[in-house]
Design a protein around this ligand. Structure first.
Ligand code: CMP
Length: 139
């Protein structure tokens, strides 16, 4: 089934000029980038986005990291986009990520892990709605 997922190319990726290389991996996997915008995430946006993690010990560091440099927010569309993007991102911790995945190729560590992708279709809808209106998504 064709579906959408939400993606962020994180500060460690924009800082190292890796957005094109990461987009190439995404497109080679058959996912279409149907919306994309480079933004400087505000502290409020980052706190809202990662609210589910607010009790975790790394929450403060995570919010600080996500607001430290520009990010690229994206909507990806394709067959089983949520699961497919999670597969090509690789494990959250790059040390555990499979060969050829984005995190294995590019991530520095678990905090600076280059990309975020939604973990379910419900969360994808919520995350997309935080950053895009429907008219900004061109499938
Ligand atoms: P992401 O998919 O953006 O969702 C939550 C983020 O928290 C995760 O990727 C990691 O970058 C970050 N994070 C930092 N430290 C940890 C940790 N110890 N365990 C899991 N996630 C972590």
């Amino acid at each position: 089934m064709t579906e959408r997922t939400f993606s962020i190319l994180k500060p460690d990726a924009t800082e190292r000029n890796l957005t094109g290389k990461i987009n190439a991996v995404i497109e080679d996997a058959g996912l279409r980038i149907v919306a994309q915008r480079r933004i400087r995430m505000t502290e409020e946006q980052a706190k809202t986005f990662y609210e589910v993690h607010k009790e975790r010990p790394f929450y403060g560091e995570l919010v600080g990291q996500m607001t430290s440099a520009p990010v690229v927010v994206q909507v990806l569309e394709g067959e089983n986009a949520v699961a497919k993007y999670r597969e090509i991102m690789g494990a959250t911790n790059p040390e555990q990520a499979a060969e050829g995945t984005i995190r294995k190729l590019f991530a520095k560590n678990v905090g600076e892990n280059s990309v975020h992708g939604s973990d379910s279709q419900d969360n994808a809808k919520l995350e997309i709605a935080q950053f895009f209106t429907e008219d900004q998504i061109v499938g």
